[in-house]
Write a protein that binds this ligand. Structure first.
Ligand code: SF4
Length: 190
């Protein structure tokens, strides 16, 4: 089967790609208008492309259009859950459209390897979008492979981001790091 695999970044790409490529012909689709700022988008793309090129793997990039993420999530900012659902929906829709154009029969995403993503939402949205485009949804729970993805990406010296992608997630991650720093200081002072 020819599978369009949405790739969010280099580290998350490693394990899902190997799992799928063992059985299928895989086209990587880099469709990530959620990433902010543009320099970060390029850093993640380059990490993926360098590795893919080294292995002779084809990557299709959907042109960076951050305004798509802005409009897709504009009405879904009241909770992180809603925002992420709108974000998954957008990225998987862009990938499904490319999949149809490229003659793929199935759809999957590297987000399925991440313990930080809402896997139930991904499963529901992915299955719906695949069906709407006449594709088979290959919804795997690859979270057990995340530690190996982390190990391999470190070994490869691959760029590893410290936030999910959008501006709100960058601010949330910064707040969480500050809280952890404060908690460590408080423990030391006790
Ligand atoms: S936190 Fe991640 S999945 Fe959620 S909206 Fe931001 S970039 Fe998308």
């Amino acid at each position: 089967m020819k599978v369009a695999l949405h790739a969010c970044c280099g580290p998350c790409f490693l394990e899902p790609y190997d799992a799928l490529a063992a059985e299928h012909d895989v086209l990587i689709v880099y469709a990530n208008p959620n990433i902010d700022p543009a320099e970060e988008y390029v850093r993640r793309r380059e990490a993926l492309l360098r590795h893919a090129e080294h292995r002779g793997i084809e990557v299709l990039e959907i042109a960076y259009q951050p305004q798509l993420w802005e409009s897709a999530t504009a009405l879904a900012r009241s909770t992180k859950e809603e925002r992420c659902r709108a974000c998954y929906e957008l990225r998987l829709r862009l990938t499904a459209e490319a999949a149809v154009e490229e003659g793929c029969e199935a759809l999957a995403t590297t987000l399925s390897v991440s313990p930080y993503q809402d896997q139930d939402a991904l499963e529901e949205i992915g299955a719906r979008i695949a069906a709407a485009h006449g594709l088979t949804w290959l919804g795997h729970d690859w979270r057990s492979r995340y530690p190996e993805a982390t190990r391999r990406s470190r070994e490869l010296g691959m760029y590893r981001q410290n936030y999910c992608g959008c501006l709100p997630s960058s601010e949330e991650a910064e707040r969480e790091r500050a809280e952890r720093r404060d908690a460590r200081r408080a423990r030391k002072d006790r």
